[in-house]
Design a protein around this ligand. Structure first.
Ligand SMILES: O=P(O)(O)OC[C@H]1O[C@H](OP(=O)(O)OP(=O)(O)O)[C@H](O)[C@@H]1O
Ligand code: HPA
Ligand SMILES: [Mg+2]
Length: 166
C-alpha cells in the first residue's frame, strides 16, 4: 500500500503534448526503435505522439488494469503482446520501446518489463517508488501526489478562495 496521494498535479493537453515531445527528444538518441508497445489505456496518448516524432509505425498494445480511480486492486492482463513483437524483443538487432503515461508503484510496469526483458521502458511521469524501473522519463512527481490527466477531466465551477457567498 502506498502513501495517501493528497496533493494534486493537474496536466493540461498542451502540457501533456509538450512533455511527451520532450520524452521523444530524449528517446531519439536511444533508438532507433522497431516497435512501440503501449500500456493501455494511459500509454496510448504518449505513444501516438512519440510514434509521430520518431517515425515508428509498428504499434502494439498490452492491456493491464488494476486501478479503480485511486484504489489499486489485483493486476489483470486483459490483452497480451503478439508473438511477432515478442520475437522482435528477443532478436539481437531489434529494439522495442515500452510506453506508458506514468509509473506510480511500478506494479504495472514491472509486469510488462517481465514480458519484454530487453525493451527500453519510457514514461512521461515517474514517482520515486518506480523511478528506477524506467529507462527514460521527463518529470518526477512525489509519491503523495495524484496526477490528473486531461482525458480524465472536465471543466467545472471552482468556488472562490473566500468561500461561498450564500
Ligand atoms: O505503477 P502503478 O502503480 O502500477 O500505476 C501506473 C499505472 O496506472 C495507470 O493505469 P490504470 O491501471 O489506471 O489504467 P488505465 O491506463 O487504463 O487508466 C497508469 O496509466 C499506469 O499504467
Ligand atoms: O497519479 C496517478 N494519476 C492517474 N492515474 C494513476 N494511476 C496510478 N497513479 C496515477
Ligand atoms: Mg495505465
Amino acid at each position: 500500500m502506498s502513501a495517501p496521494q493528497n496533493k494534486s498535479f493537474p496536466v493540461s493537453w498542451d502540457q501533456f503534448h509538450r512533455d511527451s515531445r520532450a520524452l521523444a527528444w530524449r528517446l531519439n538518441s536511444e533508438g532507433p526503435f522497431d516497435a512501440i508497445v503501449c500500456i493501455t489505456r494511459g500509454g496510448l496518448v504518449p505513444a501516438a505522439i512519440i510514434a509521430r516524432e520518431l517515425g515508428i509505425r509498428v504499434i502494439e498494445s498490452v492491456s493491464i488494469s488494476s486501478y479503480e480511480y485511486k484504489d489499486q486492486g489485483k493486476l489483470q492482463v486483459l490483452k497480451s503482446i503478439a508473438d511477432d513483437i515478442l520475437a522482435l524483443d528477443a532478436a539481437d538487432d531489434k529494439k522495442v520501446l515500452i510506453v506508458d503515461d506514468l509509473v506510480d508503484t511500478g506494479k504495472t510496469g514491472r509486469a510488462v518489463r517481465a514480458m519484454l526483458p530487453n525493451a527500453h521502458f519510457a514514461t512521461v511521469y515517474a514517482k520515486p517508488l518506480a523511478r528506477d524501473l524506467v529507462n527514460s522519463f521527463v518529470t518526477e512527481v512525489s509519491q503523495d501526489t495524484w496526477i490528473y490527466f486531461p482525458w480524465d477531466m472536465d471543466v467545472s465551477y471552482a468556488p472562490p478562495i473566500h468561500g461561498s457567498d450564500d
